[in-house]
Design a protein around this ligand. Structure first.
Ligand SMILES: Cc1cc2nc3c(=O)[nH]c(=O)nc-3n(C[C@H](O)[C@H](O)[C@H](O)COP(=O)(O)O)c2cc1C
Length: 405
């Protein structure tokens, strides 16, 4: 079973459509939970006025009956409030850092508006809606995904030398962490860090500038064994990297320790294996939960860095494509900082990748087949962990294994 996600729609068109194909029959779709994620994507200190006029709500257009999936394509729609695509201004001064000029090169014309309409991050509301459904699928396996902000500009919300995801390691559930992050205007777990982040954004607003930042996505309860090393494009770390780098303005991705691992000797990087009763345990999580492109049952930790917003009130130098004259870049309503929203989008993308990998491993035309295959696999993993002890030789004789990080 393969999970595919596509989207359609323009920033100032009628709205955004998300199509998810490959979901088993019988997944209950919670539209309130999708709307809660859409609301989170719109929040955050430093967003533009547009977020005040849009109140995103999902509408299910197909694939559901009596609130449950039909094993048909799931079609979701999020309406735009600003639908003025036909009368929007036609900019002629491309913004550095946006798709304005590169899109013109691609199409061989000067139609900047066409490039803005689809390269706009408005498209990410479709990802968040689809990702919320992926999270509902993962919940059936006891897995949870959560994105939060690590830093904005050079103001870090946590010590960058901390072990990846350490604030979340050992949590039985993300329930409280999720509520704290969703309530924060800065998307952080620790409210004590907010003043520094607020000051960074205020300074950017004063300077008519913009800011980027770093977000982290953690996932607990992810089954060990998702992903594959059989082909380059099946490695889960590579798939996560593409998913995150595809988010507008994301410029780098790290798994676990990421680039810090390159600076350390192997003895300070690789997570040693020990035993705790009938479980195999790790003494650290530098790998961020993936070895050889396959999940290892530890907390999954992925980080993405987002560059600053490309539309600046302090206009950057550009050229008017109509006249050939030097001219300041065009400005239209824009965020100063969208890092908290980016954490929510990154969460959605990780959920889509993990849900896809779980469907590949467990298959199933129905949710009960999908969950049964998972439960069988969990017992197999527990057998490996038991190392032949405690009835480990009999399939299913050992209780739940270390699948929940
Ligand atoms: C949540 C979010 C909101 C964004 N808001 C804006 C914005 O208001 N103005 C802007 O110029 N860019 C914004 N961006 C970034 C652009 O969409 C992005 O820079 C552009 O598509 C060019 O792609 P690239 O930066 O990956 O090269 C936003 C990105 C995200 C993830």
């Amino acid at each position: 079973m393969r999970l595919t996600y596509r989207s359609g729609g323009e920033s100032h068109g009628k709205g955004m459509v998300a199509i998810l194909e490959g979901l088993p029959k019988g997944l209950a779709i919670d539209t309130d939970a999708i709307d809660a994620q859409l609301a989170r994507r719109q929040r955050g200190y430093g967003r533009s006025g547009r977020q005040q006029i849009e109140r995103d709500r999902v509408e299910v257009l197909g694939g559901v009956r009596h609130g449950k999936t039909l094993e048909a394509p799931l079609v979701l729609f999020v309406a735009n409030k600003d639908t003025s695509i036909e009368s929007m201004p036609e900019p002629t001064r491309p913004r550095p850092g946006h798709a304005d000029l590169s899109g013109c090169y691609r199409h061989g014309d000067r139609d900047i508006r066409a490039n803005i309409e689809r390269s706009s991050a408005r498209e990410t509301c479709a990802r968040v809606a689809a990702g919320a459904v992926a999270q509902q699928l993962l919940a059936a396996l006891g897995a949870e995904v959560l994105g939060h902000v690590v830093g904005i500009g050079d103001a870090f919300a946590r010590d960058p030398s901390e072990e990846p995801g350490s604030a979340f390691a050992g949590l039985e559930t993300f329930e409280h962490a999720r509520a704290a992050i969703a309530a924060s205007d800065f998307g952080v777990l620790d409210g004590a860090r907010e003043p520094a982040l607020r000051a960074a954004i205020d300074a950017a607003i004063r300077d008519k500038d913009s800011l980027g930042g770093v977000v982290e996505v953690v996932a607990r309860g992810v089954p060990a064994g998702l992903g594959s090393f059989a082909q380059w494009d099946q490695r889960l770390d590579g798939r996560l990297a593409q998913a995150l780098l595809s988010i507008p303005a994301f410029k780098s991705v790290e798994i676990g320790l990421g680039h810090v691992a390159a600076q350390r000797p192997g003895s300070r990087v690789h997570d040693e294996i020990g035993r705790d009763g009938t479980r195999l345990v790790r003494r650290s999580n530098a790998a961020g939960g993936i070895e050889g492109g396959v999940t290892n049952g530890q907390l999954l930790v992925v980080r993405g860095a987002k560059k600053p917003i490309a539309t600046l009130r302090r206009r950057l130098a550009s050229v008017d494509l109509a006249t050939g004259d030097d001219a300041p870049a065009a400005f239209e309503r824009s965020d100063v900082c969208a890092v908290p929203a980016a954490a929510c989008i990154a969460e959605a993308m990780v959920a889509l990748v993990l849900a896809g990998a779980a469907l590949e491993l467990y298959g199933g035309a129905t949710m009960s087949q999908f969950v049964a295959a998972h439960d069988w696999h969990v017992r197999e993993v527990a057998r490996i962990d038991a190392c032949g002890e405690a009835g480990g030789g009999t399939r299913g004789a050992v209780g739940p294994g270390p699948v929940s990080a």
